[in-house]
Design a protein around this ligand. Structure first.
Ligand code: NAP
Length: 464
């Protein structure tokens, strides 16, 4: 052996699968620790890095996207390399990765969505917010989606920050959207949108809304949309009122909603209507959605302190031509990697992958981010989460069976990809692409104009 595992002559070889925030924070934590010498390869199935920052964060939230400066510093470290356009289970499989790296970190996020499981959910015009978000952000897998915005009324189910993002994009004027890096095709489509009414449907009450304070405030500041909240819907039951004492975010959200309710409408062309205590029970229509049936709910506190809701057997119908369910994301199983179907995550013990839920630890495999804990928290939440996993990885090095020295050579993965003719993207390739996108953006007074197909990305950078 070339040297002790984790020494200068035989660094610990780590593969990070997924170049989104959690993958970058894991790389950052690996670089920061001083005990073990590491050499890190970050893979992504798309040519472009940054995952959710590029394809999830709303295009009108550019400030949040500046977090990529931190990730750029991480990848500029000589111990880190980037392999874009290399998907696990696609260009390379799990066993191959396992034979080349001493440790693997899955940072694959949550690219799918939860279902409502109600009749009519598969009708034309019923989508997940995940699909709409990926589409307007120019994700190559979603660029061909077709959202018929030739309808006056849209329902958004759920009251988290993703629901707020979707609502804002539907409600914003074309002038507002033109200043963003929204995909060109989405800008074109939204410029012809007939949408006038956006109905936000929450199964519980205003005190249980999951959005954060800036997001609800922003809805009140739109150029072309008024918020419609009935003051009587903001009168809380005793349990919800008591819950505000220990939940500053919810208390502030309520204050903002009270201000919005008092303000009323001001004659703007679009309206955002809040419907609390309503659960969709059926989407109606022959081929395409024309209406949504909802059951009225009431709240009741449970023993754990959670405030649950139950239907009261009273129903209402809302005429809508499009429905976006925004009720949470799920991870997607990767061939060869354990998956816990019930929670839609890779089963793990604080970041150590386990063969099943609460099962045996799988040596050398780890998970971070949404694939580890589910789709919760903001981008920064992934930092401590990654630090926790990396600490366990370091603890495990002493008992780890390393891969063969020849496989641990940084050239081994390159040889494999070249043998397969994989047109992988290096970080230098990405910087080239980014420079072109920025240049195209400058010409239009926008942050960037995105490439939205993998073929176009490869052609622009590699001439393929
Ligand atoms: P989320 O915050 O968990 O919200 C999901 C919403 O869906 C909740 O209102 C939930 O209601 C509702 N819901 C779940 N199942 C439902 C069902 N069967 N029927 C009706 N409603 C249902 O999830 P998210 O909006 O997808 O966001 C994911 C994470 O990303 C969050 O942590 C969010 O803060 C973060 N994020 C942050 C930003 C930002 O910082 N600007 C932007 C986007 C996303 P209950 O509460 O009743 O379960």
């Amino acid at each position: 052996m070339a040297g002790k595992l984790g020494s200068n002559s035989r660094p610990l070889r780590v593969a990070i699968v997924g170049a989104g925030p959690s993958g970058f924070y894991a790389a950052g934590a690996l670089l920061q620790q001083k005990e073990i010498h590491v050499s890190i390869d970050i893979f992504d199935r798309l040519p472009t890095p940054y995952g959710l920052v590029r394809y999830g964060v709303a295009p009108d939230h550019q400030k949040i996207k500046s977090v990529t400066k931190v990730y750029e510093r991480t990848i500029s470290d000589s111990r880190v390399r980037y392999f874009g356009n290399v998907g696990l289970g696609e260009e390379i499989n799990h066993d191959e990765l396992k034979s080349l790296y001493d440790q693997i970190i899955y940072a694959t996020g949550a690219s799918s969505d939860r279902q409502l499981d109600i009749p009519g959910e598969n009708l034309t015009g019923s989508f997940s917010a995940t699909e709409f978000v990926a589409w307007y952000n120019g994700h190559p897998d979603f660029a061909d989606f077709d959202f018929d915005l030739n309808t006056e009324s849209v329902a958004v189910i759920g009251v988290g920050n993703v629901a707020m993002d979707v609502t804002r994009i539907l409600a914003k004027s074309i002038e507002e959207l033109s200043e963003t890096d929204i995909a060109d095709y989405a800008l074109e489509k939204l410029s012809k949108s007939k949408v006038k009414h956006i109905h936000i449907v929450a199964r519980r009450g205003p005190a249980q809304a999951k959005f954060t304070n800036p997001e609800i405030k922003e809805l009140g500041e739109l150029a072309e949309a008024d918020v419609v909240i009935k003051a009587e819907d903001l009168v809380l039951d005793p349990a919800s009122q008591a819950s505000l004492d220990s939940d500053r975010t919810a208390a502030r959200n309520l204050e903002t909603m009270q201000i919005l309710a008092e303000q009323g409408t001001t004659g703007k062309p679009r309206q955002i209507h809040f419907h609390f205590l309503r659960s969709p029970v059926e989407l109606l229509g022959d081929d395409a959605v024309t209406a949504m049936r909802m059951e009225v709910n009431e709240l009741h506190p449970t023993d754990t302190g959670y405030i649950a809701c139950d239907g009261v057997g009273r129903f209402e119908t809302l005429d809508v031509g499009l429905v976006f369910r925004s009720i949470g994301y799920r991870s997607v199983p990767i061939p060869g990697v354990p998956f816990y179907e019930k929670w839609g995550i890779i089963p793990n013990d604080k970041g150590r992958v386990t063969a099943t839920h609460q099962g045996e630890i799988v040596p050398g495999e780890y998970v971070v981010g949404w694939a580890k804990r589910g789709p919760t928290g903001v981008i920064g939440t992934n930092k401590p989460d990654a630090v926790e996993t990396v600490a366990l990885m370091m603890e495990d090095v002493a008992s780890l069976t390393p891969v063969a020295d020849a496989s641990a050579s940084p050239n081994a993965i390159i040889a494999l990809l070249q043998e397969r003719n994989v047109a992988y993207f290096t970080f230098a390739d990405w910087l080239k692409l980014e420079a072109i996108e920025d240049e195209r953006g400058k010409a239009q007074g926008r942050p960037r104009v995105k490439f939205t197909s993998e073929a176009a990305m490869l052609a622009a950078v590699k001439g393929e």
